[in-house]
Design a protein around this ligand. Sequence first.
Ligand SMILES: [Ca+2]
Ligand SMILES: [Ca+2]
Length: 232
Amino acid sequence: MLSYYNDGPSDVTICLVSDTIAAGLTNVTASPCGFIYSPWLGSYDAGHVVAGGSGTIIIRGTLDENYIGVYTNTATVSSDVYDPDESNNTSTITIDVLRPSVSITKEGTLAMDVVAPNDRLDAGDKIHYTFTVTNTGNATLTNVAVTEYNSSVTIDNGGVIGTLAIGATVILTGTYTLAQADIDAGTFTNTASVTGNYNNKDYTDEDVDVQTLEQIPELLVTKLSLRVVMLP
Ligand SMILES: [Ca+2]
Ligand SMILES: [Ca+2]
């Protein structure tokens, strides 16, 4: 909202309010009269403004979905009458556009050497996981925590990360102990999710890991006997 004011002592017949819209805002419309919006062309002549008179213009637009960071807007006013103080003819506002965001990447590695033999998957062998959590937005997140859809996967620290600064990455590890039923199934699939909070709103991400569990059936050894018959 722009507010202009003629602090006198003369009336003005031209009161030109200019506002150049920076990149990032589209579908920009304005309501110089207070109730009808029409496309904003960058400036508006409020016409005759008496000394002591004032007015407002509301400019609105749609911020680009991917805009992130500080958005700056500057408005200026000029008239056809000598202005003894040019210093108060410009006003700038800055708005912090916050995009809280968090990501998780999960990777599993088979450990076949927990239960002998070391080159074969057995019940009791393990999958070791890493959970890489990054604050990918531009707001500090609190109450960041990793949870597993499969409650049998254990995570360091119960998955609790806490506060995660902008750009910061934390790696947690976790473990799952294979059951014979997993090996029989041939794969083990599970999903981890991360949640972080900013301004009482949760932001989440999740990642799935699929492990192929190779089955090695027992080898069957067939003995062939060979009889040699000596013919006379
Ligand atoms: Ca002035
Ligand atoms: Ca093994």
